[in-house]
Design a protein around this ligand. Structure first.
Ligand SMILES: [Zn+2]
Length: 318
């Protein structure tokens, strides 16, 4: 399997911006970049992003400095994301928005209507600004932090500490478990009725990703994983996860909801999944998720009708 190609099919994973450009230099150089005509700013307000809607197709709104200054108040220096097509992109947190006038969008809702590149760019902007907002104080000594290196480092302002903090990404596994011709699905009580997904959970300290796959499946479903294989990854900026997708095979298939995180878990063959989709007993995860892609890859291996087409025909995408 070509994991690079697989990952590029996951939404938020296919940014074509050149991140290396952001290593260019010091504060003065970044200020100069942010001030020149090639600078474009992606406003983020209250964990929401700015998008334009043209006949149902959404695009990221990247505005020039003069427009940024006239429309918004910024709550911190802009964060440099990188360069694309000779334009330099910055993420900028803004305040004081009149929500009657400016329509900011929840990226989780709007992502499916964005092209891959815009979704990835906005996901990147949202993730790094969320990290900054959640690390305004040093985790070591509690003093305030300030941004450095274009916003990619937060430094403690207490000279006795001066610790540098780097962006956090929380690894989480997500796995489609197979047993014979069936796959394992689970649902949480708080999800919409009939919504199911693959099994997922955070990697714990001192644990390998592969161990996390085995543990999470056992904790949530009682099913024993005897073999796992990496599939692809997806940054998931809600707020800061990196989803590590696996496929796995089960030894023992008996279900037992050990940690009660899931309300229900079940094995379905492709035919059973097809039938439950049609009759509305299975609502798939959102099509922007790696969970959907794991199910899709498994389903399409032995199906004349692609999973995505089946879902669209039944208008069941969440
Ligand atoms: Zn400190």
């Amino acid at each position: 399997m070509n994991h690079l190609a697989q990952s590029q099919l996951n939404l938020f994973s296919n940014a074509t911006i050149d991140r290396m450009a952001r290593t260019v230099g010091d504060v003065d150089e970044l200020d100069a970049l942010a001030s020149n005509d090639h600078a474009r700013f992606l406003p983020v307000y209250n964990a929401k992003v700015l998008v334009a809607n043209k006949a149902g197709q959404l695009t990221a709104v990247a505005i020039e400095k003069a427009e940024l200054a006239s429309r918004f108040s910024c709550d911190a220096p802009p964060t440099y994301l990188g360069c694309k097509n000779n334009l330099h992109y910055f993420a900028v947190g803004i305040t004081g928005v009149d929500e009657e006038i400016e329509e900011f969008s929840d990226l989780r809702q709007s992502a499916a209507l964005l092209n891959d590149n815009d979704a990835a760019l906005l996901g990147y902007a949202l993730a790094i600004l969320t990290w900054q907002r959640n690390h305004q104080h040093c985790g070591t000594c509690g003093a305030p932090t300030v941004t450095r290196q274009g916003g990619h480092v937060l430094q403690c302002t207490d000279p006795a500490c001066a610790r540098e903090h780097y962006p956090r990404t929380d690894p989480a596994i997500i796995v489609l478990v197979e047993h014979g011709d069936r796959a394992l699905f689970g649902r949480k009580a708080e999800w919409p009725t009939h919504r199911y997904s693959t099994i997922a959970g955070f990697v714990e300290p001192g644990e390998s990703v592969e161990q996390a796959v085995v543990r999470e499946v056992a904790e949530e479903t009682g099913v024993e994983v005897i073999e796992s294989c990496y599939h692809s990854s997806q940054p998931w900026p809600f707020p800061s996860s990196l989803m590590l997708g696996y496929s796995a095979h089960a030894g023992r298939s008996q279900i037992h909801l050990n940690d009660r995180e899931l309300e229900k878990a079940k094995w379905l063959s492709r035919q059973e999944l097809n039938d439950q989709l049609v009759c509305g007993e299975f609502l798939p995860p959102t099509p922007i998720s790696i969970s959907f892609r794991l199910i899709e890859d498994w389903f399409n291996r032995q199906s004349a009708v692609p999973f995505r087409v089946l879902c669209e025909n039944n208008k069941l995408q969440g």
